[in-house]
Structure formats: structure tokens, C-alpha cells
Design a protein around this ligand. Structure first.
Ligand SMILES: Cc1cc2nc3c(=O)[nH]c(=O)nc-3n(C[C@H](O)[C@H](O)[C@H](O)COP(=O)(O)O)c2cc1C
Length: 225
């Protein structure tokens, strides 16, 4: 039996209170395969602008690779050696996210099952959207940042899904982009420049209890107009 609506709201808010940026995990506690698949499913079902799904989730379980990343990731020094599961979230580069790329064509025709003639019409809109409305194609960086933004939705959904089943996490931007890129490219994980590092996330079970949560008041961040 599903709980009442009020119970559900309570449960979700408790998960948001439970979630905190975990600095160090209990190295002896591992997330079960089933639970981790649940977290990955939250990522897979996440929304993305125009449905491009411009992401890839590298699960880094290899110790040597974790050690290498740790040397260039100041924000993950406590998490990399202790996390049960460590994810590097990659975003697709302009090679894939430009409106007329092979990637987009495949995404629309094969994944989203859109008929080819409809896609040809959509492409005209997508060009306008990317070139004029949002100016996404100004340079490689603006294009990449647009794809990278989408990955943060998957990141957030994974962390919330994890918290709902009592699993801790930490989002991580504390790394040297070029150095991480080099390490992953050497491992052949970036599809020849079609992928680049967006953000990282560590999952596991907390070692220590966090400080009580602090946030601004709602009135300071919300404006009704
Ligand atoms: C995109 C992003 C990147 C972050 N990068 C790091 C990081 O590299 N290392 C770290 O320990 N915490 C990192 N944090 C955690 C934040 O510092 C933390 O979420 C914030 O201080 C609020 O605390 P709380 O999440 O415990 O409520 C990051 C958070 C976000 C959203």
C-alpha cells in the first residue's frame, strides 16, 4: 500500500535533509547491485534539453584509475578512496550536440523513433534554437557547457534517488579539467573527443554524521511577481 500524500511529502523532504555532501564514506560498506542500478535508472530517465541525452556515466571502480584521478581532484580526496561507487559524468561535445550531427540524427530516429521527414522539419527549429535563441554554438565551450548543464539534472536525480533509499553521495566539481581529460583520454574513454568531463559523483555510506544543514530562508530566494 502506498502511503498518504502527506507521508510521501514527508519522506521526500526527509531524503533532502538526509542528503549532504559526504566527504568520506565507510570503505567497508558497499552499495548492492540492485540499489546501484536503481540510482542509474534515475539518471537514465532524467530529462534533457530537446531530448538529446548528451551524457555518459563512467563508473570508476578500478583502484589505479581512482588513485590517478585523486591526484588531480582536490575536491574528491576523501571520496575517491572510500566511495562504494564513483561516477565521472561525461557530456557530449559539439561534435555530437550540433543540430546536424550524426549523433542527433541517430538519437531522434533510433532512440526517439521520430520519422525522418518530421526530423528534417525539427532540424530547422533546432538550428534556430541553437544558433539564434540560445547562442549555444558560439564556440566549443558554450556548446559543451550546454550539454554539461543537462548532466546536472541526472546528477541531482541520482543523488535524490540515492537519498530516498538511505544512500549517501557527493557531487564533485573540485578537479582540474584538463588533467582529468588527459587521464580519461589516455584510457580511451572519451570516444575520440566526442565526450568530455562534466562533473563527478561519489556514492556510498557515510563515515561520520554531517553538520546540521544550513540554508537561506525561503523568502530570501523566492520572489512572487
Ligand atoms: C556541482 C557541485 C559541485 C561540488 N563539488 C564539491 C567537491 O568537489 N567536493 C566536495 O567535497 N563537495 C562539493 N560540493 C558540495 C557542496 O559544497 C555542498 O553541496 C554545499 O556546501 C551544501 O552542503 P550540503 O550538500 O551538505 O547540504 C559540490 C556541490 C555541487 C552542487
Amino acid at each position: 500500500m502506498m502511503g498518504s500524500r502527506e507521508d510521501k511529502k514527508q519522506e521526500i523532504l526527509e531524503a533532502f535533509q538526509f542528503r549532504h555532501a559526504t566527504k568520506e564514506f565507510d570503505p567497508n560498506k558497499k552499495i548492492s547491485e540492485d540499489d546501484f542500478n536503481f540510482i542509474l535508472e534515475a539518471a537514465r530517465l532524467s530529462p534533457s534539453s530537446v531530448g538529446y541525452e548528451p551524457w555518459k556515466f563512467l563508473i570508476i571502480q578500478n583502484k589505479e584509475l581512482r588513485d590517478k584521478l585523486r591526484e588531480v581532484s582536490w575536491g574528491a580526496r576523501g571520496q575517491l578512496p572510500t566511495a562504494s561507487h564513483f561516477i565521472v559524468i561525461l557530456a557530449r561535445t559539439i561534435k555530437d550536440t550540433k543540430y546536424d550531427s550524426e549523433y542527433v540524427k541517430n538519437q531522434m530516429l533510433s532512440v526517439k523513433q521520430i520519422p525522418e521527414d518530421v526530423f528534417e522539419q525539427m532540424k530547422i527549429r533546432y538550428r534556430e534554437f541553437q544558433e539564434e535563441d540560445l547562442n549555444i554554438l558560439e564556440n566549443e565551450r558554450t556548446a559543451f557547457d550546454w550539454a554539461s548543464k543537462q548532466t546536472y539534472l541526472a546528477l541531482a536525480n541520482m543523488m535524490t534517488a540515492a537519498a530516498l533509499i538511505g544512500i549517501d553521495s557527493c557531487p564533485i566539481e573540485g578537479f582540474h579539467f584538463n588533467k582529468v581529460q588527459k587521464i580519461l583520454a589516455e584510457e580511451g574513454l572519451l570516444e575520440d573527443g566526442h565526450l568530455a568531463v562534466s562533473v563527478m559523483a561519489a556514492f556510498g555510506y557515510r563515515k561520520n554524521e554531517p553538520r546540521p544543514k544550513t540554508r537561506k530562508d525561503r523568502d530570501d530566494i523566492v520572489l512572487w511577481v
